[in-house]
Design a protein around this ligand. Sequence first.
Ligand code: 13P
Length: 252
Amino acid sequence: MRKPVIAGNWKMYKLIGESIESAVSLKPLVANAFHAEVIIAPVYTALRSVADRLDGSNIKVAAQNCSVQNEFGALTGEIAPVMIKDAGCSHVIIGHSERRQFFAETDETVNRKVKAALGAGLIAIVCVGEDLASRDAGTQNVVVEEQVIAGLNGLTVSDMERIIIAYEPVWAIGTGRTATPVQAQEMHAHIRHLIAATHGNQVAEALRILYGGSVKPENIAELMACEDVDGALVGGASLSAESFAGIVNYTG
Ligand code: 13P
């Protein structure tokens, strides 16, 4: 059985003090969430402080991005995956649609970042998802397929043990318009078939595929009821400890 993953992407919200406060408030609220892995992704500057406060808890910490290389170098403003690991993180989000849209990330940079992240011993949460025009044109499967194939290009079967895929349709992010469980299930099954073809059935069966896009305490249960939905990547509703805990504790 795949253990669900519920991850909160805090995006560019919260100063260090607020990040610590939210993380500390979240701890007791999810302390009994043995059914899922719980992850939060604060901004870079808060990673160390948050990771320190969560040490020994069941909440893991992720960065929201990383550089394409681990070697130190003259790359002003970049943060290497080894530095993210050094800051107390176990995971890193790669290829979020906001990075693709506003920071010119391509499938090729996503692939390089994934490899660098794995090289640093991090688990990569690789984001894919079509925009509204592709969904309206009915080309969503092809678009996502290309992102998955190119983003994971060259990864071995053992590399895939440290990959989590997040399907986040761009039209559902921050819009309040969630994909229906049927739409989410269709795409997740499509991605799993694709991975079965590239890396074999065993890898595909073990792969966690998260859904992201307007996930809330009110809709998490119906999404999690889908066979191929193995968790959620939550934006807005992860900013409050109470609402994020409501998502984590969807079973209870
Ligand atoms: P929302 O949950 O705010 O729609 O954001 C989803 C997301 O982008 C998570 O990475």
